[in-house]
Design a protein around this ligand. Structure first.
Ligand SMILES: Nc1nc2c(ncn2[C@@H]2O[C@H](COP(=O)(O)OP(=O)(O)O)[C@@H](O)[C@H]2O)c(=O)[nH]1
Ligand SMILES: [Mg+2]
Length: 350
């Protein structure tokens, strides 16, 4: 369904062949393809615009590596930028100096908050961290049962006070229980709404002020597409998030929401949900997500190989030059040239 970005760039870059710089004019068509690929991957329009502008800045003036297809080199530039924007590395779940670590789950209804709460508990157990789950979604009685059932399934305790209690009070008592039981982490599941709604925001914000969580995770359905940006902005402005979980990545989506969430909030995506089962949670890796968003697999390996070969060839060439220069070591002028070569070497190897 999705055309690989690299295939499209191929034609966009025909004009570039034989040129040795990526320039303002020859980069335009390729940037249009990047824009299209990102929009197809459901990245928010404004985020795409900003991103493309950044890529243009990076790409302009970049030396075209001889022996490397320019479109592939450009894909590499786009990929590197994407990885950088998404945070370079995986950021693990927070752990408080003094237990319990308090995690507050937030997000719209149906995004996978309750499922992710259980998934996180299982993930933490594998790291030797005990958890207590707290059920504050009192609006749908089935929601409490759902968390209790999931808790039983993974043998993790669930704190609940039925559906007549006040969510803020449940959260408060849940934390007290977590402290009394000496658990490592308390995860508070909350109620969502189908859309952003002021009473939901107020309740979340009250729970947050009461329990002072170390981590507020926004749970975003990867299929949300363009809307992920607005959603993130609202939650981040009104509640303040520290990270996100992108769910339903097992579906037919490129995961462009990851880029939107990160760009809008500045906070890292920490996990992705890849199925309905409690085991279906994975740490978020920016490089993997960048490949998925761009819809490419082996292109990158090819570019990296080519880059290595070019580096090697350049290194050998430099070595030769240095050896020649050394030959006339006493000559002051040549020594100056040697220093320049070294500068050049450093620029190239950076
Ligand atoms: N395919 C898939 N389904 C998921 C994922 N996470 C949650 N779900 C499903 O999405 C639906 C809503 O999940 P739930 O946790 O109840 O959402 P909540 O309303 O935010 O608490 C359920 O049917 C889950 O099984 C996921 O990563 N992949
Ligand atoms: Mg729920």
């Amino acid at each position: 369904m999705f055309d690989a970005l690299s295939d499209r760039l191929e034609s966009a870059w025909k004009t570039l062949r034989g040129q040795n710089k990526i320039s303002e004019t020859n980069v335009q068509e390729a940037l249009r393809e990047v824009r299209r690929a990102l929009l197809e991957a459901d990245v928010n329009l404004q985020v795409v615009k900003d991103f493309v502008a950044d890529v243009q800045t990076t790409a302009l003036g970049a030396d075209v590596i001889s022996g490397v297809n320019p479109s592939q080199q450009f894909v590499k530039i786009v990929y590197d930028e994407l990885v950088a924007v998404m945070g370079d590395t995986n950021v693990p779940l927070a752990q408080a100096n003094t237990a319990p670590t308090i995690v507050l789950m937030a997000g719209l209804q149906g995004t996978g908050k309750t499922t992710a709460t259980a998934k996180l508990a299982l993930h933490l157990r594998k790291l030797g961290r005990s958890t207590l789950l707290v059920a504050t979604d009192v609006y749908r009685p089935a929601a409490i049962d759902q968390l209790v059932t999931l808790g039983k399934q993974i043998s993790v305790p669930v704190f609940e006070m039925g559906s007549d209690a006040n969510p803020v009070e449940i959260a408060r008592q849940g934390i007290a229980k977590g402290i009394a039981d000496g658990v490592d982490t308390v995860i508070i599941d909350t109620a969502g709404r189908l859309q952003i709604d002021q009473s939901m925001m107020t309740e979340l914000s009250n729970i947050k002020n009461t329990v002072q969580p170390h981590e507020v995770l926004l749970v975003v359905d990867a299929m949300t597409g363009q809307e992920a940006a607005n959603l993130t902005r609202t939650f981040h402005e009104q509640i303040g998030i520290t990270g996100a979980i992108l769910t339903k990545m097992d579906g037919d989506t490129r995961g462009g929401a990851a880029l939107s969430v990160r760009r809008i909030s500045g906070q890292p995506i920490k996990f992705i949900g890849v199925g309905e089962k409690v085991e279906a949670l994975q740490p978020f890796y920016p490089d993997r997500m960048a490949s998925r968003i761009l819809g490419m697999g082996d292109v990158l390996t090819l570019v990296e190989k080519a880059q290595e070969e070019v580096d090697m060839a350049q290194a050998e060439e430099l070595q030769e030059k240095i050896l020649t220069a050394k030959f006339d070591f006493t000559d002051f002028l040549k020594q100056t040239r040697l220093m320049k070569t070294w500068d050049h070497w450093q620029v190239l190897s950076n």
